[in-house]
Write a protein that binds this ligand. Sequence first.
Ligand SMILES: Cc1cc2nc3c(=O)[nH]c(=O)nc-3n(C[C@H](O)[C@H](O)[C@H](O)COP(=O)(O)OP(=O)(O)OC[C@H]3O[C@@H](n4cnc5c(N)ncnc54)[C@H](O)[C@@H]3O)c2cc1C
Ligand code: SF4
Ligand code: SF4
Length: 443
Amino acid sequence: MRSQIPAFRLPEEVLDEEVDRILDMGVQSHFDTYVESLKSIIDKGYDGIFVGTGAPRGSDLDLPGRQECEKQIHVGIEWLGSVAFEHIQKVGKRVLVLGGGNTAMDCCRTARRLGGEDVKVVVRSEFARMKASPWEIEDAQEEDIPILNNHVPKEFVHEHGKLTGMRFDKVDVVYDSAGKRNLVPTGEEIFFAADEVLIAIGQDNAFPWIERDLGIEFGKWDMPQVDKRTFQSSNPKVFFGGDAAFGPENIITAVAHGHQAAVSIDLFLSGKSTQQRPAPGVNLISQKMGVHEWSYDNLVTLDLREKVPHVDKVTALKDRKVEVELGFDINAAYREAERCLNCDVQTVFDGAKCIECDGCTDICPTDCINFIDNADEDALRRTLRAPANDTAQELYVSEALVQTQRVMVKDENVCLHCGLCAERCPTGAWDMQRFLYSVTKAG
Ligand SMILES: Cc1cc2nc3c(=O)[nH]c(=O)nc-3n(C[C@H](O)[C@H](O)[C@H](O)COP(=O)(O)OP(=O)(O)OC[C@H]3O[C@@H](n4cnc5c(N)ncnc54)[C@H](O)[C@@H]3O)c2cc1C
Ligand code: SF4
Ligand code: SF4
């Protein structure tokens, strides 16, 4: 978090505050300590060990010229780390960044702040297939960084060991009859001049410090075999989480892994099965306050998302530690909160109260309520007023209704949580209830 995510997106003060909350709980820490052998840790007799060492190896690009220009070509995530630790404080004026993911976006924007004037991102694939989040791409483009797609790197060009640029093959994206994508060279060769190149084409795990005779099984891609539910490895004392468990993800996923692994370690140390997991806390609470009054706002409007204001570009590009996003002011925050679709407020149906007046069917703006004869799932999916083609989303099918023996079927995918059905229902068969979910915590 600290060494790769640039400070202009995640300021050090924010990290310090959040990490200190954990350290202040009395966690014993040993900073500046590289673990060279997991065996040496196991031998110290700990009852449980959690490995959260991330995915620290950036992929390299072994093309002609790579060895000769070692000093001017960098692996992106290592370069970002060196910038964060201030081993690197400037970059050449002309910089090429290879790759189309978020790391490439962080590299190019960092290069702009370290003196890069002509910074280009060069990507093999077409724009639509870039892995970077659209907002990260937009932020890079706003900082005058062009994205050049459909260029396959060919060689690093140098004069007497000094990098002068890179050559690329321009390609067309062609899909064959089986729908397979091919990058077909157009025959055009392109040269971009550069003083430095940053390679941001992927990230892997590396565990050179874990001996292979500790009872931890390694599988595909030389990754440890970790139980997806318990985060336990085949050595019951050793747990993995975060990027180290299943490859690069994001911070919130690493935090969630940490919670679940902590539950497992607690169970393990209590002599219980790590598979028998305590249930999370869940609750449903009616939001009805009066005949037409609800504790949440349910007006359906098509307001566009508020744009997060940015610090002005000149200030931002002067200092890599200046946070770019200023956040919402109170009015914008209020407008943005008003766009909430109330995903936490659920429609709850009580068939015993339904008199099948069809009032809710009539008022539902998205046609997601159906009173129909029961049938098998495929038939139901086809006959709904709005056909339910997404089979990953289960249908809600009620018990047979008292009057006609029909059932009420609802496709949750289509529901806006507007509450109009509950407002219209004369018997209270529909209610809008807030769903609370409290994630399981260790202990
Ligand atoms: C450029 C970039 C930008 C990103 N941007 C975002 C973003 O905006 N939002 C987001 O959610 N995620 C982002 N991510 C992903 C995010 O950083 C990771 O998913 C997250 O940090 C993983 O957390 P972790 O605890 O598993 O590992 P890490 O955060 O990688 O922490 C691993 C720690 O283990 C230490 N370590 C490794 N090996 C050893 C060893 N042998 N001995 C001792 N210590 C060791 C490392 O020094 C490090 O401190 C980004 C990643 C990159 C590369
Ligand atoms: S909450 Fe709105 S969209 Fe959902 S079922 Fe009720 S009326 Fe339809
Ligand atoms: S409005 Fe109420 S009573 Fe009428 S059909 Fe819908 S759920 Fe049943």
